[in-house]
Design a protein around this ligand. Structure first.
Ligand code: KG4
Ligand code: ZN
Length: 359
């Protein structure tokens, strides 16, 4: 079975082809960094327009590289949410129209499910159940993953997401967009012990809070600037101290969540999962406490088409087989609303039941 995956939820256009038994056979990714950099952040309208310009040639390229014709596709999966509504509409309209023309299913995929399944694209994929740490630009969640679609959020951020905190602190340090990777690069040369930033909600429950930490960093930057000490060295120390506070907080919550659920495996997913310090810290924690830690290669942590092709393929394999003549775009969409894939027969029985009730 061949599933084309299309990701357009934010500032990356991703296209990939997944084939049963072979995995990802071709993929392409176009970053919009150059489009948004002059504005210091993502401009939603420009993101949508750039997805429109990129999608067609990228789909052609991926199919040509895989030596597959459109007629040989079995389904097209696209990111239906969460994300920027205009950007989602571009991918959804493209995928639903192409699928309709080919008379094959268009599968609305959940972006965060894509992230949390991405490590299963690696050799030696992690088995269910596991604890997922989802850390992206919009989400920071601890998810108890019992199986495909069986997700329970057991901890999440009360305010900023981890990636958002990285991006905001990067701006405070006048680093270029995209802020997270730039801040992590600056932190490499800094002293993580120089500034004692707070570890928010450490030792309490499984929720996160990063806005107070961001304020503490802003106050430190202001104080250093007022004292005429904001040198490159000090900026690197602030970056490293901030990164250490975030990483320690994430690691503390993972340890607590593994303890309270009894799960023995942690899977890290989402853009912040590309952070080297986070990966090294969680790995060391896993070795010390005896749990298995998995994360996909950095290119599968940040947004990509492969994870959407794969999430779609998993659902198609479990029995979703409808040609959806509608475009699904859900800017806000909780993982817990997803549910396991329902075989087509059961779903049509349920839908007939609902239609009968409606009359
Ligand atoms: O998953 P992702 O690519 O997009 C969303 O679904 O949001 O995550 C993007 C986030 C951004 O906030 C970015 O700054 C952050 O991930 N990020 C990083 C690193 N690479 C990406 N944060 C810290 N260190 C990194 N190396
Ligand atoms: Zn993402």
């Amino acid at each position: 079975m061949r599933v084309l995956g299309i990701e357009t939820s934010c500032d990356e256009t991703g296209v990939a082809l997944h084939e049963t038994g072979r995995g990802i056979v071709a993929e392409a990714l176009a970053s919009q960094t150059a489009v948004h950099a002059p504005f210091g952040g993502v401009v939603p309208e420009l993101a949508s327009r750039d997805h429109i310009a990129k999608l067609c040639p990228m789909v052609r390229h991926v199919l040509a590289e895989a030596k597959v014709t459109p007629a040989e596709l079995d389904a097209i999966a696209y990111t239906a949410g969460p994300g920027l509504v205009g950007a989602l509409m571009v991918g959804g309209a493209f995928a639903a129209s192409m699928a309709y023309g080919l008379n094959i299913p268009a599968v609305p995929a959940h972006h965060m499910e894509g992230h949390l399944l991405a490590s299963r694209l690696e050799p030696d994929p992690p088995e269910f159940p596991f604890l997922a740490l989802l850390v992206s630009g919009g989400h920071t969640q601890l998810v108890h993953v019992a199986g495909l679609g069986r997700y329970r959020i057991i901890g999440e951020t009360l305010d900023d997401a981890a990636g958002e905190a990285f991006d905001k602190v990067a701006r405070l340090l006048s680093l270029p967009y995209p802020g997270g990777p730039a801040l992590a690069a600056l932190a490499e040369s800094g002293d993580p012990g120089r500034f004692a930033f707070p570890r928010p909600l450490r030792g309490q429950g499984l929720d996160f809070s990063f806005s107070g930490l961001k304020t503490a960093v802003r106050l430190a930057i202001d104080a250093e600037q007022a004292a005429g000490r904001l040198s490159d060295r000090v900026r690197a120390d602030i970056a490293a101290s901030f990164e250490a506070a975030v990483v320690e907080t994430l690691a503390d919550k993972c340890r607590r969540a593994l303890g309270s659920t009894g799960l023995g495996r942690l899977v890290v997913a989402g853009g912040v999962g590309a952070n080297r310090k986070l990966r090294a810290t969680l790995e060391a924690l896993g070795r010390g406490e005896g749990f298995d830690v998995r994360y996909p290669r950095p290119a599968l942590c940040t947004d990509n088409g492969a994870m959407i092709a794969y999430a779609g393929a998993c659902r198609v394999a479990e029995g979703i087989a409808e040609v959806a003549p509608r475009i699904v775009a859900r800017p806000r969409w909780s993982l817990e609303e997803l549910g396991p894939p329902e075989p087509a027969e059961a779903r049509s029985r349920r839908e007939i039941g609902a239609a009968v009730e409606a009359h």
